[in-house]
Structures are given as structure tokens and as C-alpha cells.
Design a protein around this ligand. Sequence first.
Ligand SMILES: Nc1ncnc2c1ncn2[C@@H]1O[C@H](COP(=O)(O)OP(=O)(O)OP(=O)(O)O)[C@@H](O)[C@H]1O
Ligand SMILES: [Mg+2]
Length: 579
Amino acid sequence: MSIRRLPPELINRIAAGEVVERPASALKELVENSLDAGAAQVAIRLHAGGLELIEVADDGSGMAPDEMRLALERHATSKLPEDAIDRVTSFGFRGEALPSIASVSRLTLDSRERGADGWRIEVDHGADVGEGPAALPPGTRIRVEGLFDKVPARRKFLRSPRSEYAACLDAVKRLAMARSDVGFTLDHDGRRILTLQAADAPTRVAELLSHELDRHGVGIDCNRDGLGLTGVISLPTFNRGMADQQYLFVNSRPVKDRLLVGALRAAYRDLIARDRHPIAALFLDVPLDEVDVNVHPAKTEVRFRDPSAVRGLIVGGLRHALDEESQRSATGTQVAAPVLWTSSDSYARDLDRERPPVALREEQRSFTPIGFVPHGRAEAALQDVPSYPLGVARGQVAATYIVAETEDGLVIVDQHAAHERLVLERMRAAREDGTVAGQTLLIPQVVELDEPDCDRIEGAAGDLAEMGLDVERFGPAAILVRAVPAALGKTDVAKLVSDLAAEIAELGGPLSLRDKLDHVAATIACHGSVRAGRVLSVAEMNALLREMEVTPRSGQCNHGRPTWVKLGHGEIEKLFGRK
Ligand SMILES: Nc1ncnc2c1ncn2[C@@H]1O[C@H](COP(=O)(O)OP(=O)(O)OP(=O)(O)O)[C@@H](O)[C@H]1O
Ligand SMILES: [Mg+2]
């Protein structure tokens, strides 16, 4: 066996494997360097998604020629003045990015300090090509060409210029949100994509996120135990099929941290369907000694000293903001979050295709009343409509929707969706004051399930009891149910238990007990709800409306769909062309 020290070029290339995965990661490192150099303006040019060219020019401090040479060496950095790796405030701190990129591309580094002349150094796959004077304004300009051209193992994993470009754009957006005080331009294949002037954070975020968030967003500003959280999140009804518009920052560093993503998810639990995702830009401020940024090769994950405090702040803060917002919309006289008839679901789907919401007319057509037989006796319209926010029930349509009249318009409620939410909130409230009632079955029911499912139910028996569901193992492949939550009324016990087993299997991961219980409660609530298709009396309808008005989060069902929509008098008039 012979052990030898690797040559520097090879070392750099190995480091590049970790630091530079694709054009977007090289771009990110270059822009971070510009920001660290105090740039006020960063100009980015890309060709072919960065595969052919990545150029980043800044008006930052610039470097003297000997600093430039050092910058291209491994582990050379200007950013840890006191070797204080635990108190890093710059993006960079390792001195790895430039030599790594230079080892897998043709790199041209131009730089000029104020009051000095410019200088250029060219490197081809780690080898010096030459250097000499260069003409440029004060600052630094770095060109990276043919990234991975000579590294087939990497080249193979690159995607089309189009998707590499998408990743680059995403990287730029994240850094531009992190540093709204800096101006940015981005050109791709000669076309100007972004022009961002220095601005405050909310303005910058608004420029880069969906503009719809003006109407469908909730502002966040909270702090606890020295941690601060600001930003904006979407209302649950304004969601996407992908989690691609979640911008998270820790002390102004863009991160894709699992803890933060999980906390964001948890804040929306039961407000949004599993396969839908909120939009968010959240800025977490943490004391420097509470967070370690040196845990990930691309610096996109961090480690918190007290992860549960961070999680608590995020889940608690967002939840509170969403609750207040939903309370406001249920008791306000304004139109609820969904726009006219456009259900939030189709609205969200449209969002994904990035086109405006379905026009009113189109939706109207799909609402033709063919086959809709009105149920429930409609009451004659009164002169005086009491000013309930959700109005007075006038009737039921298709045994599914309640139609109510308000002072200023007409409200339609999806009875199943609404009731499901009410049952869940009732169970939650009861659980919180420890008053959950189980209703003992006259004859305990045996439910047959496969063994892993039985194990799951058995394992959760304690939690389930807390919700009034009394279960016990009954041989290898059966569960005995003795009591069900009283809130449920009559229910298909076998289906409930097998749904719960599936639910627990899916949750299996590292959720907190409280989160699990909430999911389970949501599954139970769904079983206990008034089904679509059940005819309700007018009194029942009104009772449902009144309960919705005083129940938190009653504007969305447990899957995040709206439970009611409102059509104001003005909108009705528009429909009939009176306005
Ligand atoms: N645009 C720039 N303007 C001025 N100086 C720069 C610029 N880019 C790089 N430098 C200098 O080159 C050094 C090396 O940069 P490099 O990105 O390789 O390492 P780093 O930023 O210190 O750490 P990291 O590897 O974590 O990014 C920096 O510390 C900085 O002094
Ligand atoms: Mg750097």
C-alpha cells in the first residue's frame, strides 16, 4: 500500500464535487462573494442556463492582484478575521468556492480596488493560464465558462439549459430577498429577466413573490425568547402544487432547512391538503451563538442550539396569524378569501399554471342548475335581515349546499366541509380542557386489520383514548373498539379504525404528539361530519351557520378548501348586467 498526498488540483476538484453541484450553485457562491464584498449593485449574466457562461459583476471592494491570486487558492479567505467560525456573519467563511469553481471550468477573474488599476487572472480547470492588466470599473467581475465540460461524471447529471436556468433564477431570487438593500440585474441569453432596485424587505419580497400575495397573504412579525420572525405567508386557500415558493432565511442567509420547512408545514396542518403547499418568505433572526452555519457543504442547512424553540416560534407565530386572519374574514362583512365563485381549489391550480383565475363567466357556466333539486324549505325573504356575518339560511341546494342571505349579499356553505371543521375544532377544544367524552358502545366491536395496522393502533391506544376512542388489541389481527368519541355520533367504526391506522402509518415520522393527535382528530372529524347529501332542516342550517361564526378556522375545511363563498349584492348585479 502506498499513501500519498493528493495534488492540489485534485483536492480542489474533490471539493468542487461538494460545493458546486450545478450552475446554480456556482452562481450562488459568486453572488454571495459579491455581497460579502459590500457590493451595492450586482449584475448577473447567464448563457444556456449557466452551462455556457455565468458572469457576476459587482461594485464591491475589489481585490489587489496578490489578493486575487490568494482568492483562487484553497482555504484562503478574508472573512474570518478572528478565526471566529462560531460567529460568522458573512455568507462565505471557508475559502473554498473560488478554487472549487476554477477547478471545473474556465474562470476569468477581473478585479480592481478603488484608486488602483484593474487586473485579470485566467485559470483553466485549475491551471494558471496567465494574468495581466484589465479595464473595468472598481469592483470584481468573474466569468465562468464551460462548467463541467471536462468533468463527464458531473456533466452527465446536469439537466437541460431550461431547468438549469430555473435553478439559477431561484438562487438569485433567494439572495435578492436576503439582501433587499442591494440592487440586482439578471440577464439570460441576452434578455433582461430581473431589474431590482435597492428596497426594503417587504417591497423586495413583493416584487419576487406572486403579486397575488398582496390580497392573499398574511404578514408575520413576532418574537419570543430572543428569536424574531418576520415575513409573509399565503392564506391556506392560496396554495400551490409544489413547495417551490418557500423562501426561508436564517440571519439573512437563504436556507432550505428541514426543521424550518417542517415547521412551516406544521403551521398549516389541517388547513391545507397534504399535496398542496403554502407560499412563504420568512426571515428568522437568531442570536449568532444559537446557530451553527458550518454544517452543510452548500451552506444551505443550519443547526440550532434549541430546535424546539425555533419550531415553537414558527408554528405558534404562523398559526396565530392565520387564526386571526380567518377570524377576521368570518366575522367581517367583506367577501371571504375565495374570489366570487372561483373555488380556492381551481384558483390554486390556476396559480400553478401561472395564469389569472378562471373568469367569472366560465365558472358561471359550470354552475348551471341542471339536476340540482332544491331541498329544505326556503323561507320568504324578510325585509330585515339580521346582521349575522354568514346570514340567515334560506334553503339547501342539492342536499349539499346551504344558501344564506346576509345584509349585503348571499352566502353558500358547503355543509360537509363546514361541519367537518366544526367537529375537529370541538374535539380540539375538548381535548385542550380535558373534557373529551367517549361514548361506550353497547356491544364492543371487533375490527379486523392486518398485523402492522393493529400494531399501529395498539401503539397509539393511549393517544386515541385521549380523544374518546377506546381500543384494545384483540389477537394478532384484530382490534376491539369499546368506545368512540361522542362528538362523532353514529359512525362506521371499522372504516374509522382502518383510516386511522393508515393515517398513523403515514405520519410515522418525527412529528410531535400534538401534531399527530391533530391529524388523527381531523380523520375522526371527517367521519363524524354531516355528509353531503343529507337534508337539513332550516333550524339545523342556522345552527351550523352560527357555530361557524364563532369557531376558529371555520373558513376552511380540514383539507384547506373553503367552507363558504360569498356573493355580494354588487357582484349579483354584475352577473345580471345591471352594473
Ligand atoms: N466579488 C468579490 N469581491 C471581493 N473579494 C472577493 C470576491 N470574491 C471573492 N473574494 C475574495 O476571495 C476570497 C475567496 O473567496 P471564496 O468564495 O473562495 O471563499 P469565501 O467566500 O471566503 O468562503 P466560501 O468558500 O465559504 O465561499 C474571499 O474570502 C474574498 O476575500
Ligand atoms: Mg465565497
